[in-house]
Design a protein around this ligand. Sequence first.
Ligand code: TLP
Length: 347
Amino acid sequence: MIDFRSDTVTKPTPAMRRAMAEAEVGDDVYGEDPTVNRLQERAARIFEKEAALFVPTGSMGNQIAVKLHTRPGEEVVIEERGHIYNYEMAAMSAISGALARPVRGGGGTGLLTWGEIKAAVHAGDAPYYVARTGLVALENSHNLAGGSVLTRERTEEICDGAHALGLRVHLDGARIFNAAESLGETVAALARPADSVMFCLSKGLGAPVGSVLLGARGFIDEARRWRKLLGGGMRQAGVLAAAGLVALEETPPRLGDDHANARRLAEGLAGLPGVKIDPESVRTNIVIFDVSEARLPADEICARVRETRGVLCSGFGSLIRMVTHYDVSREDVDVALAALGEVLKES
Ligand code: TLP
């Protein structure tokens, strides 16, 4: 099987497995796991934030941030395809009593301007019968918008505008290392203006489990309490953090290969019948293409390439998503293109 469903499917590298086997551990609920502590310190240094917290999942990191930045009855302004809004089980309402205020804009790129965000904000001077905005949530890279990337300048403009209105900004940086590679920026520069940022070790970086939430010291102290409340206080979590530490060093330098593979895939797809995609829009490791003009529905196309060539992709609606990562090679991309070509030509 060649698995393009997500970059979450990667298996730990030999170096990660060795580090996991040899990890020095302790009870992290007591704050005594030296490997978790090392990961948190390393992440805080890389992102130039005061403090960091290892959390089991990106969803938990995001939702703790929403909880700490909002009060019940407030709104979270977010791009309409944002992960926090669409794929986290309505957790912002269940956990924080917050309501998403989805914003359509950015010309379909998922990249909102401050003007588009501002138009959706209800600040202190809003009439008494509308809910106040508690938070602006950004995503970089933007998963469901095809891995598009928010520049440092745009992030700064949005955060400056939000801060001037007394609003906080949380950045879902599940794949911020991919964004940084694509933009030629550091993750610290992309995250600097945001009040909190979450990044995943288990996506493009290829570690088996875990994410990190970063922000000011007081915010992270509170986040630790919420992690426990949500059942995310893990014990000898150093075995997981050890793989994360390897991922942080090993993977960022090779993310460019994943991006080149994604671009190659998009260029090949653009020539197939019934496929709509602009290869130029593929900036990172996510390729989303429209098959509404193909004779088979997306799900059926995915089922057939799986059957014929063992190529796995995700179909949703009239779209198919394929994600590159270190367990797919350039040759695998060519196999996938051949498989999709056969299925689309026969359809
Ligand atoms: N994304 C997953 C699915 O949930 C769609 C994937 O395969 O891409 N933020 C962003 C931008 C994400 O893409 C994801 C996971 C998360 C947060 C949540 O991370 P986990 O799965 O660790 O809770």
